[in-house]
Design a protein around this ligand. Structure first.
Ligand code: UT7
Length: 320
């Protein structure tokens, strides 16, 4: 049976940093950031961590779904900014929730992480091995930034979103996923420097680097194409979709996708103005905001789409 989202939750750091605040620490302007991206502020973690936000989002999603931790069979976390290499963030959530019956692991698919997690859960559910799952996208990207590099640090934010998913008669209608590792250099963040005594002169860069225009071109071409493929697979017309919830990287990308699909921009809710780009957290945080605003009715058809480093992309058509 397909996977259906039955509850959502999200968590954002308390500190909200405006574009004007960033003008004080890096050579940028509110006008540049707004006009090029639509971003007005972003939440930055001070006390919060990837794990603490993931746990808070997961608890809220379980409450929303009215599901107990013992019922969870599988926990998947999409993150590129875990607090540690191991144990996984998913295992930490399992422990914090007391979800003793779950299998838990993380996946690294950057801004497509939540979509890839949903895809894995859907496959497990269709195979009949999992009934209830928790999919989380959680990031503390602020620790991966070079705060002297205006071309990246103004774009990203921290936060986590979660969804409880259950096998049901209807839910995910189609899933399209893809990767292009050959273009991976467009968006990178090196790991920690190697300090073993046998390796000399490790020159790896520690922080996020992006060829913004390459990623932009990739996004405006690949995202509409993957959504069109997902719609075709689901036998759904774009006109019959209530909302398209896209990865929140840039308002101009979202407008270009809406235009390409021939859909009104009103059908593309956004929160990048407040949150910036939260990578794997982006789509589930937006989904939770839309859900909590009461914008979704049971039976609505919606599209979720994520894209980013890897390069990776994913799109799904689902019944709410
Ligand atoms: O989550 C992963 C997905 N990521 C994305 O989808 C990001 C996709 N890319 C983008 O959204 C855009 O390419 C950016 C918003 C990152 C950049 O916008 P752009 O219109 O492509 O600008 P640009 O990189 O071509 O830079 C234009 C100018 C440059 O100055 P010069 O060379 O023309 O003098 C930059 O140095 O803007 C300058 N610039 C800035 N100026 C003020 C770059 N960053 C800033 C900044 N403030 N923060």
């Amino acid at each position: 049976m397909p996977a259906r989202i039955i509850g959502t939750g999200s968590a954002l750091p308390a500190l909200l940093v405006s574009n004007r605040e960033l003008e004080k620490i890096v050579d940028t302007t509110d006008e540049w950031i707004r006009s090029r991206t639509g971003i007005e502020s972003r939440h930055i973690a001070v006390e919060e961590t990837t794990t603490s936000m993931a746990i808070e989002a997961a608890k809220k999603a379980l409450q929303d779904a009215k599901v107990s931790p013992e019922e969870i069979d599988l926990i998947i976390v999409g993150t590129i900014s875990p607090d540690h290499y191991f144990p996984s963030t998913a295992c930490e959530i399992q422990s914090a929730l007391g979800a003793a019956n779950a299998t838990a692991f993380d996946i690294s698919a950057a801004c497509a992480g939540f979509l890839f997690g949903l895809g894995i859960v859907d496959a497990y559910m269709k195979a009949g091995t999992v009934r209830t799952a928790l999919v989380v996208g959680a990031e503390t990207l602020s620790k991966m930034m070079d705060w002297n590099d205006r071309s990246t640090c103004v774009l990203f934010g921290d936060g986590a979103g979660a969804a409880v998913v259950r096998s049901d008669e209807s839910g995910i209608m189609s899933m399209v996923q893809g990767s292009d590792g050959a273009r991976g250099n467009a968006l990178t963040c090196e790991g920690r420097r190697v300090n073993n005594p046998y390796k000399k002169n490790d020159t790896s860069l520690d922080y996020t680097k992006m060829n913004g225009q390459e990623v932009y071109k990739f996004a405006v071409k690949t995202v509409p194409k993957s959504i069109e493929e997902a719609l075709l697979k689901a036998n759904v017309k774009a006109d019959d979709v209530k909302y398209f919830l896209l990865h929140q990287a840039n308002l101009r990308i979202i407008e270009a996708v809406a235009k390409r699909l021939g859909q009104s921009i009103e059908k593309f809710p956004t929160n990048l103005q407040e949150c910036g780009n939260i990578s794997a957290g982006s789509v589930p945080v937006l989904l939770d905001h839309v859900n909590r605003e009461g914008m979704l009715q049971k039976g609505d058809t919606i599209v979720l789409a994520g894209f980013g480093a890897g390069l990776t992309w994913g799109a799904t058509v689902l019944i709410w």
